[in-house]
Design a protein around this ligand. Structure first.
Ligand SMILES: Nc1ncnc2c1ncn2[C@@H]1O[C@H](COP(=O)(O)OP(=O)(O)OP(=O)(O)O)[C@@H](O)[C@H]1O
Ligand SMILES: O=c1ccn([C@@H]2O[C@H](COP(=O)(O)O)[C@@H](O)[C@H]2O)c(=O)[nH]1
Length: 244
């Protein structure tokens, strides 16, 4: 085996599932998972990889769930976006404790709490080795943080969007509901959209397809999986325009 393995990516947009951050708890953030993710991100930074980060909010609030309970959907989505800011604050803190330089930006102005999203500044920070956390999603209701991850990934010209989730990749069906579902290694956007494979919402996939942004989906609870993805190893599912 070669000892000169090099990372496949120069700049990535890493999407972390908010729900996976809560671990076995029903709500909130498990500090052990947060610290483990911070260590894994630190390894990437030490390898010279530029890391943009989007964190979901499913461990705290989702607008759709709040609307089902009777709340106005726009207000629910605003709460969901603010939940992603809280996750971002926790992750920035965990990265700082791990001695990783990180900046938190929000798509909604939150003076005194974090910076407002600024594209040029984000690129400049990434180039100087800072991890940039993009929070508050797209800043608009009726979207998800998967769409925000694809949007920011395209804006910062990332080499790929890496979606770290709770399952090993994209399956023929939701593997939580059907344990016999088949794990796909490669898919093209057309296949994902046609089969409505729901690991990411369709708006996010469409955006990625239109801008030719490759997506890798992998399990964030599998130790070393992120590094394997970065090293171009056979891990998770790859979606791009190349696969037939
Ligand atoms: N075809 C499929 N292949 C893989 N997973 C699927 C599929 N269909 C549905 N899923 C489900 O999609 C889920 C994606 O979870 P994840 O928590 O990453 O989503 P999210 O809504 O983006 O996260 P969050 O809002 O918590 O940040 C998986 O846990 C899995 O159960
Ligand atoms: O652009 C966006 C992104 C997110 N939201 C709201 O936040 C929650 C949490 O995000 P997840 O992607 O579900 O983790 C989401 O359910 C929306 O309510 C948003 O409104 N706009």
């Amino acid at each position: 085996m070669s000892t000169n393995l090099k990372p496949t990516y120069r700049r990535i947009l890493l999407k972390l599932s908010g729900e996976a951050l809560m671990g076995d708890e029903g709500f909130g953030i498990d500090p052990k998972i947060l610290d483990r993710m911070a260590q894994e991100i630190k390894e990437l930074v030490e390898m010279g990889i530029q890391v943009g980060l989007v964190i979901g909010g499913g461990n705290l609030f989702r607008g759709a769930g709040l609307a089902e309970a009777g709340m106005n959907r726009v207000v629910g989505d605003q709460m969901g976006m603010l939940a992603t800011v809280m996750n971002g604050l926790a992750m920035r803190d965990a990265l700082h404790r791990a001695f990783v330089n990180a900046r938190l930006m929000s798509a909604i102005d939150l003076a005194g709490v974090c910076d407002t999203y600024n594209w040029a500044e984000a690129i400049s920070l990434l180039k100087s080795g800072r991890v940039v956390i993009f929070s508050a999603g797209t800043g608009n209701p009726f979207f998800t943080t998967d769409s925000a991850a694809c949007l920011r990934g395209i804006e910062i010209e990332a080499d790929a969007v890496l979606k770290a989730t709770k399952v090993d990749g994209i399956y023929s069906e939701d593997p939580v509901k059907n344990p016999n579902a088949e794990l796909y290694k490669h898919l093209n956007y057309h296949q994902v959209l046609e089969q409505e494979l729901k690991v990411m919402d369709l708006a996010a996939f469409t955006l990625a397809r239109d801008h030719n942004m490759p997506i890798r989906v992998f399990n964030m609870n599998k130790p070393g999986a992120l590094k394997s993805v970065i090293m171009g190893e056979d891990e998770g599912t790859t979606i791009d325009n190349l696969t037939e």
